[in-house]
Design a protein around this ligand. Structure first.
Ligand SMILES: Cc1ncc(COP(=O)(O)O)c(C=O)c1O
Length: 1003
């Protein structure tokens, strides 16, 4: 029977093939195919009114006439006014049936949370739809009444269906809603779509750019109301499960405002209305769930709404100012007036510390300037007590900047997420006046005490007072005085009048002021919305525009020009522009949006605003960025001397001893150089001197450095355009990639098969009349794609090379010094003993030093040539630093950490691979890991674009990883050896989100 009526529908509208049922609350929706493409067949509820269908069609046509570019349904047949037909369904009910051209894309609800750029576009589109519907006249359907946000109070009698805490929560939302009813009633009304929920917005996710909004559908719930209802309804669903719902809402509202400006009064209604819409949704579902107690879907579908409603991290009070700020309006109606009045009084305020401040020096604690705290995750007590000394300020009186990003706020309370690299509040919202303890503090203008208390926590305010002031116009604002003496609060009572210039407090000593060098933290707030009891004194850089508007520069109250105390941020645009002027275009920057780093600590880096990033990429800072022991040893040696290997000095001896102790005993002669490239150049000379040959066998896609000789043996470079290709004395063999290469893991003899290619290379050398000097390979090829060759590979290669009189060189620049956990050098894993080992990158932890270690026999043949000398190689400083690196690896157990964290990462990545088919391969040992992305697991077509997206997205999410392989589709994870379990958790968590995004974009 069902088939018969659907067949009739199909005939009426020229639909070919079967109709597929889609979702829908009352009406039936089907997808089918016509000669004009895919269509959606809408079969209205039985006894539906023709007028309602006609109204929807008319609204769509009206909106399209006003704004033809709106992505609205195209009605078929397009030329007919009356598009619907009547068909009897399988139950004998007459249904109106009509057809629209189908959209591409998927419901926004299936695509997952969207970027701020997308939300801003959605806001703009919502505004355009509202403008297009403005003068359309609608008769709301009776079924839509419960979704009319101006009449949402109907949920109140159903509150008792909710359990205790939720009942209270929703009661609060209703109370707030009732309080705004008069404002709502004052607003002009118009026709609204009224149901732009996450399934009525269709999107086409795209890699690396915001999803395209392909359709706004379902005009069945149109109503008449203020446009803020439309905004609140759309927003309620658009920000569900967003990690930063406040920022998401702000982006959406700003997008709307840019197209159709909102008044401040309207903006203030948006958040309470958004919550009310979600309350209606959860109450409605709870009512429905009563009728369908066995249907878990009803409850599950409400989970995101409850999560948003119950999200304690959202500061509702701050939402009004936040949304106003996002739209470029003052945070409160009075804010602009207050700021202007204060600015106008500059020079007339009583001096806060009893003296003019304009002659005081300023000291900077900025990320860009200061090196305190040494550990940006832990400000030491002595650092806090001697801030000035820490930045070279010798004066007792000095000023600290407003708007300055600082790393001194290290307590967990300043962190905004679970990880060390989560957002963190860094920007100082006050002016600091450093002065001796005991200095009296005076009110710059008359006020009354709003708060006086002693906050005794370490690095808190100690004594703190907030004064309330009033402008002559009656606008209220507040000033805060932090780090006062402990006795101050007891001497003040809330409400107490303080005269202008009255000394109402005094600066506290470190023992009373939270442990800081004595100073006054002087902050202005134009509104108390969002300030809470604690008054945040520092802001998250991502929220700085908002906080700057709430707590502007208080310089005028100190009778200072704003610029005198305003921090001037590092101009990254200028840096970028300058770089383009000063450097060649092939000196590449990482990431689509380059990043500036100014500080580092262990496996984290900090940008100009003090935002922390997890460094999961850099292997040079082997024992971690800014290691205090490296700094100490470098400073010590620089204080003594720094010269070359022409003089005797214990440092090169000590390093040679440490290195050789880690190597097979026959590798006993060391050469120290400046870089991996120089080391490989030397390795080639050694091999040639010892073998009498010139030709080199090396795997494809290898990289050994940037010098002419090193490039000659680096297929990764010489095969690039304009590089001249392979020299006749270089023979390439396949890289032993058993995932993608010629011989794969299903072949038990793959190691032998790869090694056999050396025979061909040797034969080619003979054929051209050459003689082999040796074989060079990165033990685990890195730029070739983080490859772990199959067991037995190098042994079989070395055997062949040695039989032909060649020397075996292991380039351990990437793999040496403990990165692999179980193996101090990569060749140990391959169970071979090279004749020459090359070291670089990690050896100096960022200081330029490389090493070549070889046998006595080879060194002796080399010594038959001219003097060997490298000016900087083996300097006293370099050798001491390198020895310290080796000691730190040992003493901090970093190899063991590399093993444990590597295993943790590998198992997490493998678990991800079970859910994400884009992961073709997970490989690696220790902290040398690769994640190969493929379009299809069978064809293994490289997913290059996806890998680029993931790498750039991870950077946005504050994780640095790289990309390697001939097709650039392998994500390279290669952090400093200090990485910890929490950081691994962050990588896996964020990676999961990126992979979901990639998969959404390819559906
Ligand atoms: C395996 C390998 N060898 C040699 C080098 C060259 O080292 P450098 O850049 O210090 O000259 C590199 C650099 O990336 C490398 O990865």
């Amino acid at each position: 029977m069902a088939d018969i009526w659907l067949r009739e529908v199909a005939e009426q509208f020229g639909v070919r093939g079967p109709l597929r049922r889609l979702g829908g609350e009352y009406d039936l929706n089907f997808r089918g195919e016509t000669a004009e493409g895919d269509v959606i067949v809408k079969a209205m509820r039985p006894r539906g009114e023709a007028a309602l269908v006609e109204q929807q069609c008319a609204a769509i046509r009206h909106a399209l006439a006003a704004d033809p570019a709106l992505p609205l349904p195209c009605l078929l047949p397009a030329e007919e006014v009356r598009v619907w037909r009547e068909v009897t369904d399988e139950a004998g009910h007459r249904r109106m049936v009509w057809v629209q051209r189908a959209f591409t894309g998927i419901p926004m609800g299936e695509a997952g949370p969207q970027s701020p750029a997308f939300l801003s576009e959605l806001g703009a589109l919502t505004a355009r739809l509202d403008l297009a519907l403005r003068d359309f006249t609608v008769t709301p359907s009776p079924d839509a009444a419960k979704w009319d946000l101006t009449r949402a109070g109907w949920i109140k009698p159903h509150l008792d269906l909710l359990d205790g805490s939720r009942r209270g929560l929703v009661a609060g939302i209703i109370a707030a809603y009732e309080a705004l009813a008069p404002s709502l009633a004052r607003l002009p009304r118009q026709t609204l779509h009224n149901d732009l929920n996450d399934f009525n917005i269709l999107v086409e996710p795209r890699l690396g750019e915001p999803a395209r909004i392909s359709g706004l559908i379902d005009f069945g719930d149109m109503t008449i109301g203020p446009r803020v209802c439309e905004i609140a309804i759309t927003a309620a669903y658009a920000i569900l499960d967003h990690e930063t719902p406040e920022a998401a809402l702000a982006a959406f509202v700003a997008g709307y405002h840019a197209v159709s400006p909102l008044s401040a009064e309207e903006i203030d209604l948006i958040w309470p209305l958004t919550r009310m819409r979600l309350a209606v949704s959860v109450v409605n579902s709870t009512i429905e769930a009563r009728g369908r107690p066995d249907d878990p879907y009803v409850t599950i579908s409400q989970a995101p709404a409850w999560r948003l409603l119950e999200n304690a991290a959202i500061d509702g009070e701050l939402m009004g100012p936040r949304l106003r700020n996002a739209c470029g309006l003052p945070v409160t109606d009075a804010a602009g007036r207050i700021a202007a009045w204060i600015a106008g009084q500059r020079g007339r305020f009583a001096p806060v510390l009893g003296r003019p401040l304009d002659d005081l020096p300023a000291g900077s604690l900025a990320v860009a300037e200061a090196t305190i705290p040494q550990n940006p995750f832990h400000l030491r007590a002595d650092e806090a007590r001697h801030l000035g000394a820490g930045i070279g300020v010798t004066a007792e009186w000095w000023l600290g900047h407003y708007g300055e990003p600082r790393l001194v706020y290290t307590d967990k309370a300043f962190r905004k997420g679970p990880w060390l690299a989560s957002n963190r509040r860094t920007i100082h919202m006050a002016v600091d006046i450093f002065a001796p303890a005991g200095e009296p503090v005076r009110a710059p203008l008359a006020g009354r005490v709003a708060l006086a208390e002693n906050r005794t926590g370490h690095l808190d305010y100690g004594g703190v007072v907030i004064l309330e002031h009033r402008t002559p116009d009656g606008d209220v604002f507040h000033t805060l005085y932090g780090h006062l003496a402990a006795k101050v609060p007891a001497g003040l009572t809330p409400g107490q009048e303080i005269a202008a210039g009255e000394a109402f407090a005094e600066l506290g000593p470190a023992g009373e002021n939270g442990g800081w060098e004595p100073h006054l933290h002087f902050q202005l707030a134009l509104t108390l919305n969002g300030m809470g009891h604690d008054w945040p004194g520092v802001a998250d850089p991502d929220d700085w525009a908002l906080w700057q508007a709430i707590c502007p520069n208080p310089a005028a109250l100190l009778n200072l020009p704003d610029a005198r105390v305003a921090y001037r941020p590092v101009d990254e645009e200028a840096l970028l522009a300058e770089r383009k002027v000063r450097f060649g275009a092939n000196l590449k920057l990482s990431y689509k949006r380059p990043v500036t780093f100014l500080r580092g600590w262990r496996h984290h880096l900090f940008d100009t605003m003090g935002r922390p990033y997890l460094d999961a990429y850099n292997n040079v800072p082997h024992v971690g960025h800014a290691h205090p022991r490296i700094r100490k040893v470098a400073m010590d040696q620089l204080a003594r001397m720094n010269s070359n290997t022409r003089y005797l000095h214990p440092a090169p001896m000590a390093l040679a001893e440490r290195l050789t102790a880690k190597l097979p005993k026959e590798l006993e002669i060391c050469f120290f150089v400046n870089s991996g490239s120089e080391a490989n150049e030397l390795a080639l000379r050694l091999a040639r001197a010892a073998s009498g040959g010139y030709d080199i066998v090396t795997p494809d896609h290898g990289y050994h450095g940037n010098t002419t000789g090193a490039i000659d043996i680096s297929a990764y470079k010489f095969n690039k355009p304009n590089m001249g290709g392979r020299k006749p004395w270089v023979q390439l063999v396949d890289v032993a990639d058993d995932y993608r290469g010629r011989f794969r893991r299903d072949d038990p003899d793959r190691a032998q098969h790869y090694a056999q290619q050396v025979d061909g290379a040797l034969a080619a050398i003979v054929e051209r009349g050459g003689k082999v000097a040796g074989f060079i390979a990165e033990t685990f090829p890195s730029v070739g794609g983080q490859i772990i060759p199959p067991p037995g590979y190098l042994a079989a290669v070395y055997e062949r090379i040695r039989a032909a009189g060649g020397i075996c060189i292991a380039d351990e620049v990437q793999t040496g010094l403990g990165r692999l956990g179980d193996y101090y050098f990569g060749f140990e894993q391959q169970q071979v003993r090279p004749d020459i080992v090359v070291l670089g990158k990690p050896l100096g932890n960022g200081h330029p030093i490389g090493a070549v270690i070889t046998t006595r026999a080879i060194a002796e043949r080399f010594a038959e040539g001219p003097e060997y000398f490298s000016t900087f190689g083996g300097s006293n400083l370099s050798c001491r630093i390198a020895s310290e690196v080796l000691d730190i690896v040992e003493e901090e157990g970093l190899s063991a950490n590399a093993r444990a964290m590597g295993e943790h990462l590998l198992s997490g990545l493998r678990a991800l691979a079970q859910h994400h088919s884009i992961i073709g391969d997970v490989r690696g040992i220790g902290l040398f890991l690769g994640l190969e992305l493929v379009e299809d697991r069978d064809t293994r077509v490289p997913a290059t674009e996806a890998a680029a997206h993931v790498m750039n997205r991870l950077r946005e999410m504050r994780i640095l990883v790289g990309r390697e392989g001939p097709a650039d589709n392998i994500l390279k994870i290669r952090p400093p050896l200090t990485i910890a379990a929490d950081d691994v958790g962050m990588i896996l968590d964020r990676l999961r989100i990126c992979l979901r995004e990639v998969e959404a974009a390819r559906r």
